[in-house]
Design a protein around this ligand. Sequence first.
Ligand SMILES: [Zn+2]
Ligand SMILES: [Zn+2]
Length: 341
Amino acid sequence: MKVARFHAPGDLRVEEAPEPVTGPGEVKIRVRNCSTCGTDVKIYKHGHHHIDPPRVMGHEIAGEIVESAAPGWSPGDRVQVIAAIPCGRCAECARGRMTVCPNQESMGYHYDGGFGEYLTVPAKVLAVDGLNRIPDGVGFAEASVAEPLACVLNGQELARVGPGDDVVIMGSGPIGCLHVRLARARGAARVFLADINPDRLAMAAALVRPDATIHTDIEEQLSKLTDGRGADVVITAAAAGSAQEQAIRMAARQGRISFFGGLPKDNPIIACDSNLVHYRELTIVGANGSSPAHNARALDLIATGAVPVADLITERLPLTDILAAIDTVARGAAIKVTIEP
Ligand SMILES: [Zn+2]
Ligand SMILES: [Zn+2]
């Protein structure tokens, strides 16, 4: 079979590999779609401390079971696979906090991922209910977007996005687009989308139709849009410390700020006016991936039409075009790019 294997930073090769063998408690799937995201770009360029190469990349996975050694699963079942695998046994998992499991492993990092024709789903995934049946009417490409949507859902739960909220999202990539759609589904009053790149912002806005877009003087513009209040929820979906610093200043009283996107690990320190947090009773929250339950609920949000994603998938490419796909993502020239191995 063909796979796209990461060997070293800047060295991702499409090559032949033997088909994986289904072990006890595992299922083997024919991958139909594995979507790409900014994380794939980061791994391709810089590697990752959890990846010991060579490794088949790809963590937004949907496909069809072709072989099953796991009870309850049969060939022909259409499935979506979680990316982050919690251990299910530690103190955090026992408290239901699976997104912060310290023993977390990931598809495409510790195990071969979805940029290949076949993969075996580790028994560990099945043990934590990490394999989801794709509802009828949902395509494989849409189902592959359940994983990033699950992460967005985790972020908005932690930031308590709800009815009546004015929400501003900083960063108009695929994650920003999903944040706009989910905030609407959760009853937000108004959703604003901000990005310093006007082309990317226009492309995203044409699809997800925020109440307003902002691309210059972000703080000033938001202030005008909200009569000086600021936003009830500010979500940073951009890997920039300056955006996080702005976000704190853009929040309304009792506002919530989600540092959804992480910062480069060599430059993670920001300046925070602690008195703003104190007097305005602000809440700053992080977000680290998603739990198996978030994945199941994300798939449900897609299936019911609460959060449509089909129109966000703007490019479908074969596995042999993986480098072109990663380049497109790196340039921000598409919304969601999916690989069809
Ligand atoms: Zn991703
Ligand atoms: Zn755990």
